[in-house]
Unconditional design. Structure first.
Ligand code: GLU
Length: 484
């Protein structure tokens, strides 16, 4: 059975890159009916950022990437947290020492600071590897501080990555890294391997920045005689200008993107496409819900070329996901925004929501679209001129007069979009005007805006009889005043 894990360090907020790793881990597990685990890698307490763990939980909850397992009772389990598993790292470290694959090191910081290899890089010089066993024992017994280091063997290390293929690294490139620190805490690199084995992880999915650390992990698996998981390293993520996307370079967090108005389902959909795309029957489709992604995601199709985070594309996906929302759900999300700008009683806000749903990029956009309902903004009579509609100020006077006469005949109880539309087009015909030559002026007089989320007679229906007739009159007055 597939067992995958998302293993973030709570050292900052979650970027789109972190979310992509979590999503791919989730999809690989779920596609196979497997288990998805959340493990907080918090052994480097110095880098701990207040609130980072909470942001991780919140992001996974909001995006629907629920984890399946963890310590705790019943359904009330939490994620695995490395700092709470401190005791599980010493035994494998001691096992490695006993097998000659790791060794005690008592070197102090001052000494380590003087080390530099031929390239000027600090690399441990194996000073303590030569210590006789009795000396090691007496130093430990006397309470001297020590770390345990991995002994990197001679030769080369080869491993296979699902995305990047077979990779071979000269072991001389690697340092005898610290596995257990002097405070007894494991280093991130050690805890990561111990826990992946303890949690029977079959698929290790993470950003390609970890490719260079993977040989050290491979050597640890080999030294401990443990089965190797499948490594899946994800392509680099870049900004459109080629710079790396990272917390340090100011990338937005997922929590911020959601606060900006991106739907979690759009963010998930977008993250899925950062380095993967469906082939076959779905090759041209781009909009998918999480449960659909589970069915079609295939790690074999992950690309190794860098992918670009393009907010324009994310905006487009957001609009598509908003269109796909059930109307009642959209209305529930839009109503608070609509209420901010529409205070006029008896305006059907649900209808306003319906009208805006297919036109917004962010749900909050709906407010600006209908801000003319309560009061018309000041507008210039040039707005009556529209080339394609063949209207100008003079035609608008005719159009508005015809509309006014026609609408006055319609009683409030028949004041519907259909009746108004029929009346407007009949009035246009009777006045030898094209439909646009009556509808454009009506729309302008009723909204004062060049773009509206619906047509002239839908606006009239929404505004109601009194407001409509008042605004037609005001439009005519404006035109009359301008023409002197
Ligand atoms: N703790 C690492 C991080 O925050 C995860 C590396 C891994 O998935 O193995 O990116």
């Amino acid at each position: 059975m597939v067992r995958s894990r998302f293993a973030p360090s709570p050292t900052g907020y979650m970027t789109i890159g972190n979310l992509r790793s979590a999503l791919y881990e989730y999809l690989i597990a779920k596609r196979d009916g497997g288990v998805f685990i959340l493990r907080l890698e918090d052994t480097d307490q110095a880098r701990y950022v207040e609130g980072a763990a909470e942001a991780i939980f919140e992001t996974l909850r909001a995006t629907g990437l629920h984890f399946d397992e963890g310590p705790g009772v019943g359904g009330d389990y939490g994620p695995y947290i490395q700092s709470e598993r401190k005791d599980s790292y010493l035994p494998p470290a001691l096992q490695l020492v006993a097998n000659g694959k790791a060794y005690y090191c008592f070197c102090e910081k001052d000494r380590l600071d003087t080390l530099a290899d031929e390239r000027g890089l600090k690399k441990y010089d194996r000073h303590c590897l030569q210590l006789p066993p009795e000396e090691i024992k007496s130093r430990i017994d006397s309470g001297a501080a020590y770390v345990i280091r991995q002994l990197i063997p001679d030769g080369a290390t080869t491993f296979n990555d699902q995305v990047f293929g077979t990779i071979t690294i000269d072991n001389a490139e690697m340092e005898d890294q610290i596995l257990l620190k002097s405070d007894g805490m494991p280093t991130y690199n050690f805890a990561n391997v111990i826990d992946d084995n303890a949690m029977a992880i079959t698929h290790v999915v993470r950003g390609s920045e970890y490719l260079t650390s993977t040989p050290k992990y491979v050597l640890l698996y080999e030294a401990l005689g443990w089965p190797m998981p499948l490594f899946v390293h994800l392509p680099l993520l870049q900004n459109p200008d080629g710079t790396k996307i990272s917390k340090r370079h100011g990338a937005k967090s997922i929590v911020e993107l959601i606060a900006d108005g991106y739907l979690p389902e759009a963010i998930i959909n977008y993250a899925a496409f950062l380095g993967w795309s469906p082939g076959g029957d779905h090759a041209t489709r781009e909009i998918f819900a999480l449960d659909e992604l589970i069915k079609i995601f295939d790690a074999a199709q992950i690309s190794r070329s860098p992918s670009t985070f393009d907010e324009t594309k994310l905006k487009w996906m957001n609009a598509e996901h908003i269109k796909a929302l059930p109307p009642e759900k959209y209305a529930a999300l839009a109503l608070p925004h609509l209420r901010q700008v529409v205070k006029t009683p008896n305006i059907d806000l649900t209808e306003l929501a319906r009208i805006t749903q297919s036109r917004v990029t962010f749900i909050s956009d709906c407010a600006e679209m209908v801000d003319f309902i309560d009061a018309i903004p000041p507008y210039d009579i040039d707005l009556y001129t529209h080339k394609k509609m063949k209207t100008d100020a003079a035609i608008a006077v005719q159009g508005l007069q015809a509309a006014q006469a026609a609408f006055q005949q319609i009683p409030a109880e028949n004041w519907t979009h259909e009746t108004l539309h029929a009346a407007a087009t009949q009035a246009a015909e009777a006045a030898s005007l094209k439909n646009g030559q009556i509808l454009w002026p009506i729309r302008t007089a009723l909204s004062g805006k060049p773009t509206t989320p619906c047509g002239a007679t839908e606006i009239a229906a929404l505004l109601g009889r009194d407001k409509t007739l008042q605004r037609l009159e005001a439009g005519l007055a404006l035109l009359a005043a301008a023409q002197g």
